[in-house]
Write a protein that binds this ligand. Structure first.
Ligand SMILES: Nc1nc2c(c(=O)[nH]1)N[C@H]1C(S)=C(S)[C@@H](COP(=O)(O)OP(=O)(O)OC[C@H]3O[C@@H](n4cnc5c(=O)[nH]c(N)nc54)[C@H](O)[C@@H]3O)O[C@H]1N2
Ligand SMILES: Nc1nc2c(c(=O)[nH]1)N[C@H]1C(S)=C(S)[C@@H](COP(=O)(O)OP(=O)(O)OC[C@H]3O[C@@H](n4cnc5c(=O)[nH]c(N)nc54)[C@H](O)[C@@H]3O)O[C@H]1N2
Ligand code: SF4
Ligand SMILES: [Mo]
Length: 768
C-alpha cells in the first residue's frame, strides 16, 4: 500500500558544503530516492542548491568498504575482522608511543563537510596515545585568517549579508561555493535592491561578479596591492570612522602612518584595477550604513594570504563595520572547531584535564601551530627525514590528504614511510590505498551525525541528523571505533562505566550529578569523557542515537561558556538544567534547534583583548606590507600562465561524492582558458592540452571563456578521483590537481598553499 508523502519524508541534511542545508529525503531501504529542501530547518528554511540531489551517489558508492582491511607486503589489502583490526592497531600505536613518544604520532582530519560527531570521540584516542600534533583541511585555508583574528580580536566573524547595505566578496564566489545561509536567494536580494551594492574582488568574471555593482578584476595574486589601495584611499581621503576607531580600537596610528605612504596610482597599476574604480568602491564602502565582507580561497590559497586576511579586516574595521546589524559579528559556536580537542575535556568536574597548548611549533620544520593545527603543507617534511622528532605514525579520519593536499606524490611517499598508518573512511580513497589499516565507517545517513559548522548570527542553529538507513554490514560508527580502541589499549573498561550507566537510566539530571561526582574520583572518566559518555549515557538515548552522547557534554559546556546567547534561545537557568534542556531539544528536533540568540552588541564581549578593543596594529603584517611596495607577484619565465587549481563549479562537490556518474551531460573537468590564449596555442574548444608545472603534468580538454583574463587558466577542485566501479574497473575523470602542486609554494606565516597561483606551461596535444 502506498504511504502518503508526509508519512515517509525524513529529515536530514546535505553533506557537500558547510551550509549543510536541511533536507527531506525518501528512501527505499537501500537508496535515497527523493530529495527536497526541509522548510522547517531553522537556518536553511527549505533552501537547497542542485548539488543536494547527489546524496545517493555518496550513500551507494561502489567503492564503499564493508570490512576492516590490512595492507599486505605486495600492496594489496586483505579483509580482517574487527577484533583483529582493533587489537593490532592498539598494539602498534601503543608500541610507537612507548618507543618514540605520543608526539611522534600525527592525527589528521576528524570530519569533513557533513560529519563532525566522530571527531569528538577521536579526542579520547588522541589523549590515550598522548598525541600532541594535529592537522586537517582548515590548515590549508583558514589558519592565516585564524592567526590574524587571534591578533586583532580573538573572535571569528560572520558577515551579516542578509541585512548589509554593501556586501564585499574577496576571492570568493558564493554563487557556486555558498558560505552563508540561503546564499543565492540572499545574493539576488542584494542585486535587486537599488539601495544596496555588491563589490566582488576576483580576477574572473564569476557568476557573483556578474551580479556585482563593482567588480574589481585584479590580476591574479595582486590582492595585497588592491586591498592596500582601498585602505589607503580610506585613510588619505579621510573616510575612516575616526570616532568609532578611537572608542573601539587600538593601534590606528600605525595603520594610518603606513597607509599615508601608499602611492595609490601605482598600486592600482600593479593590481590592474582602474584607480577611479578603486576610489569609487572605497567611497561606497565608507558611505554605507553597514558592510559585510567575506574572504575565501581566492586569497587564502594565494600569495600574501595571511597579509590579505589582515588587509581585508582593515577595510571593514577602518569604516566601523563590526558589532552591528548588517556588518561583521562574532557568532556564538556550539563547539569551537579550532580547539575542540581542548574544550571537549572540560566537561563538568573535568576542567583541569584540559591540556595546555605547549606545542607551538611543529617538531621538524618548526612551523607555527595555529588553531591547534600544523600546516598541511609541511606534513611530508615532518615525515620524510631522519630528524629524531619526525612523525612515525599517522591516524587519519574522514579526510583524503593524498588527494586534497599539495604534492600528492610526496604525500604518498610520506605515508608509505611511516611505521604505521590508519584511515577511517566510508570509501577506499586515494589515502586509504596507502594506509596500513583501513577501517570502514557507517555513512552519514546510517548513523547519528552532525556538524559544528554553526556560523550564523544573531540566531545560530544546530541539527542532529538521525540515521535513516541500516548501517552497511561490517561498518561501525566512529564513536564505537574509538570506544573499542580505548578498551583495547586498556584505558577503559566496565569498572569505569557501571555506576554511570545506572545513573543514566534515572534521567539527565541524575546522570549529570553522577558524572560530576565520578569524574572527580576517576581520572579516566574525566580524561576520556566523550567515550565514557558514549558507553554510559549512549545506551539510554533513543534507538540509534547513541553516537550523540558526546553532545550532552558539549551542551553543558556551551551553556556555561555562553549564558547570554543560551538564555536568549531559551536554554538559560542553572547550568546543568539549561544544558539538559538544550540536549533534549536537540534530540527531539530532527530539523534542528536554535541554540543561540545574540544581540549585535554581544560581539564586543567576544573581543578577547583588553577593554574589548580591537587591535589594528599587527607588526608582522605592517612589516610585510612594506616589502610589497617595490615588488610584483612572483613570476617564473618558463611557466607563463597562472593556474587557479581548484575552482568551485556546479559540477564539483568535495570528494565525498566519488562516483562521477551523476554527471550525465555537460562538461566535466575542463580547463577554462581565454580565447586569445587558446588561439596563441593553436587550440579550439574541446581540444586537449598538456599542463606542465614545476611539479607535474596533466591533460585536460579546454573550454573557451572570456570570463578569465588572458594568462589565467582554471581547473575545478575535487576531480580526478580513482573511482572503482562495481565491476572492478577504474573510472578516473578530470585532473587530480595536487599531482601538479608543490608543498614549498606556501605562505610564510601560516604555511597555507598557493593553489590559486600555480605557475604552468601549456602545450597543445597533437590529436591522436
Ligand atoms: N560547488 C562546490 N561548492 C563548494 C565546495 C565544492 O567542492 N563544490 N567546497 C566547499 C569548500 S571546502 C570551500 S573552502 C569553499 C571555497 O569557496 P570559494 O573560495 O568561493 O571557491 P573557489 O572557486 O575555490 O575560489 C573562489 C574564487 O577565487 C578566485 N580567485 C582565483 N585567483 C584569485 C586571486 O588572485 N585573487 C582573488 N581575489 N580571487 C582569486 C577564483 O576565480 C574563484 O572565483 O567552497 C565550498 N563550497
Ligand atoms: N589544489 C587544490 N586542492 C584542494 C582545494 C583546492 O581548491 N585546490 N580545496 C581544498 C579544500 S578548501 C578542502 S576543505 C579540502 C578537502 O579535503 P579533505 O578534507 O581531505 O576531503 P573531503 O573531500 O572533505 O572528504 C573527506 C573524506 O571523508 C570521507 N567521509 C565521508 N563521510 C564520512 C563518514 O561519515 N565517516 C568517515 N570516517 N569518513 C567519511 C570521504 O569519503 C572523504 O574521503 O580539499 C582541499 N584541496
Ligand atoms: S551543496 Fe551546500 S548550498 Fe547546496 S544544498 Fe548542499 S549544503 Fe546547501
Ligand atoms: Mo575547504
Amino acid at each position: 500500500m502506498e504511504t502518503t508523502e508526509t508519512d515517509d519524508w525524513k529529515k536530514t541534511a546535505c553533506i557537500i558544503c558547510s551550509l549543510n542545508c536541511g533536507l527531506d529525503i525518501k528512501t527505499d531501504g537501500k537508496r535515497i530516492t527523493k530529495i527536497r529542501g526541509d522548510k522547517s530547518h531553522p537556518i536553511s528554511q527549505g533552501y537547497i542548491c542542485e548539488k543536494s540531489q547527489r546524496m545517493d551517489f555518496y550513500q551507494n558508492g561502489a567503492d564503499r568498504i564493508d570490512s576492516p582491511k590490512r595492507r599486505k607486503p605486495d600492496g594489496n589489502y586483505e579483509n580482517i575482522d574487527w577484533d583483529t583490526a582493533i587489537r593490532e592497531i592498539a598494539e602498534k600505536f601503543t608500541a610507537i608511543k612507548q618507543r618514540h613518544g605520543g608526539d611522534s604520532i600525527l592525527y589528521y582530519g576528524g570530519g569533513s563537510q557533513g560529519n563532525h560527531l566522530g571527531g569528538t570521540y577521536a579526542d579520547s584516542t588522541i589523549k590515550a596515545l598522548g598525541i600532541a600534533y594535529r592537522s586537517n583541511a582548515l590548515a590549508q585555508e583558514k589558519t592565516g585568517e585564524g592567526w590574524v583574528q587571534g591578533k586583532m580580536a580573538g573572535a571569528p566573524v560572520h558577515g551579516d549579508f542578509e541585512h548589509c547595505e554593501v556586501a564585499v566578496f574577496l576571492g570568493k564566489n558564493p554563487w557556486q561555493s555558498h558560505g552563508f545561509a540561503r546564499t543565492r536567494a540572499t545574493l539576488r536580494d542584494i542585486q535587486n535592491d537599488p539601495n544596496r551594492a555588491m563589490i566582488v574582488i576576483d580576477p574572473r568574471r564569476t557568476e557573483t561578479a556578474k551580479m556585482a555593482n563593482y567588480h574589481l578584476a585584479v590580476k591574479p595574486g595582486t590582492d595585497a596591492w588592491c586591498l592596500t589601495a582601498l585602505s589607503a584611499i580610506l585613510v588619505q581621503e579621510k573616510l575612516v570612522a575616526s570616532a568609532w576607531l578611537a572608542q573601539h580600537t587600538t593601534g590606528y596610528e600605525a595603520v594610518e602612518a603606513a597607509m599615508k605612504k601608499i602611492h595609490i596610482a601605482r598600486y592600482a597599476t600593479v593590481c590592474g584595477v582602474e584607480e577611479s574604480l578603486l576610489r569609487s568602491a572605497a567611497r561606497r564602502i565608507a558611505s554605507a550604513n553597514s558592510v559585510a565582507m567575506i574572504e575565501d580561497l581566492g586569497v587564502q590559497m594565494n600569495v600574501h594570504s595571511t597579509l590579505n586576511s589582515y588587509l581585508n579586516r582593515l577595510v571593514w574595521l577602518l569604516t566601523g563595520n563590526y558589532a552591528k546589524t548588517g556588518a561583521n559579528n562574532a557568532f556564538v559556536p556550539l563547539l569551537n572547531l579550532s580547539n575542540s580537542s581542548r574544550s571537549a575535556s572540560k566537561i563538568p568536574g573535568n576542567a583541569k584535564s584540559a591540556a595546555p597548548r605547549k606545542w607551538t611549533h611543529s617538531p621538524v620544520t618548526n612551523s607555527k601551530v595555529i588553531m591547534g593545527l600544523i600546516p598541511c603543507n609541511v606534513i611530508p617534511d615532518e615525515i620524510l627525514t631522519q630528524h629524531p622528532k619526525r612523525f612515525r605514525a599517522m591516524f587519519i579520519e574522514s579526510a583524503n590528504p593524498v588527494h586534497s593536499l599539495a604534492d600528492s606524490q610526496r604525500m604518498r611517499q610520506a605515508l608509505r614511510a611511516l611505521e604505521c598508518s590508519v584511515v577511517i573512511d566510508v570509501a577506499m580513497t586515494e589515502t586509504a590505498r596507502q594506509a596500513d589499516y583501513v577501517l570502514p565507517a557507517s555513512s552519514q545517513f546510517e548513523k547519528a551525525e552532525a556538524t559544528f559548522f554553526n556560523l550564523e548570527f544573531p540566531r545560530n542553529g544546530f541539527q542532529l541528523r538521525h540515521p535513516h538507513l541500516a548501517p552497511r554490514p561490517g561498518t561501525l560508527a566512529e564513536a564505537e571505533i574509538h570506544a573499542r580502541l580505548l578498551e583495547a589499549m586498556g584505558e577503559l573498561n566496565g569498572a569505569n562505566y557501571t555506576f554511570l550507566r545506572a545513573a543514566a537510566r534515572m534521567g539527565y539530571t541524575a546522570f549529570g550529578l553522577a558524572f560530576a561526582w565520578k569524574s572527580m574520583r576517576d581520572k579516566k572518566v574525566a580524561r576520556y569523557a566523550p567515550v565514557v559518555l558514549y558507553r554510559t549515557l549512549g545506551p539510554s538515548l533513543p534507538a540509534h542515537l547513541d553516537p550523540a552522547a558526546s553532545l550532552w557534554g558539549i551542551c553543558q559546556l556551551y551553556v556555561r561558556a555562553q549564558p547570554a546567547a543560551a538564555t536568549g534561545a531559551g536554554f538559560g537557568g542553572p547550568a546543568l538544567l539549561g544544558g539538559n534542556r538544550l540536549f533534549d531539544a536537540i534530540l527531539q528536533s530532527p530539523s534542528g534547534v536554535i541554540f543561540a540568540v545574540s544581540k549585535y552588541s554581544d560581539s564586543w564581549d567576544a573581543v578577547k583583548l583588553p577593554d574589548h578593543k580591537i587591535n589594528l596594529n599587527i607588526k608582522e603584517m605592517l612589516d610585510e606590507l612594506v616589502t610589497i611596495d617595490n615588488k610584483l607577484p612572483p613570476h617564473r619565465p618558463n611557466y607563463p600562465f597562472i593556474l587557479s587549481a581548484g575552482e568551485r563549479r556546479s559540477e564539483t562537490s568535495q570528494t565525498s561524492i566519488r562516483n562521477p556518474e551523476w554527471m550525465k551531460k555537460g562538461s566535466f573537468g575542463v580547463l577554462r582558458i581565454h580565447p586569445q590564449d587558446a588561439a596563441t596555442l593553436g587550440c579550439a574548444e574541446g581540444d586537449w592540452i598538456q599542463l606542465c608545472t614545476p611539479r607535474g603534468t596533466a591533460q585536460a580538454p579546454i573550454e573557451l571563456t572570456d570570463e578569465l583574463q588572458p594568462g589565467h587558466v582554471s581547473l575545478p577542485n575535487g576531480h580526478g578521483l580513482d573511482y572503482t566501479r562495481a565491476d572492478g574497473t577504474l573510472d578516473r575523470r578530470g585532473v587530480s590537481l595536487n599531482e601538479l602542486t608543490n608543498t614549498t609554494d606556501r605562505d610564510p606565516f601560516a604555511g597555507t598553499p598557493w593553489h590559486k597561483y600555480v605557475p604552468v606551461r601549456l602545450e597543445r596535444l597533437t590529436p591522436a
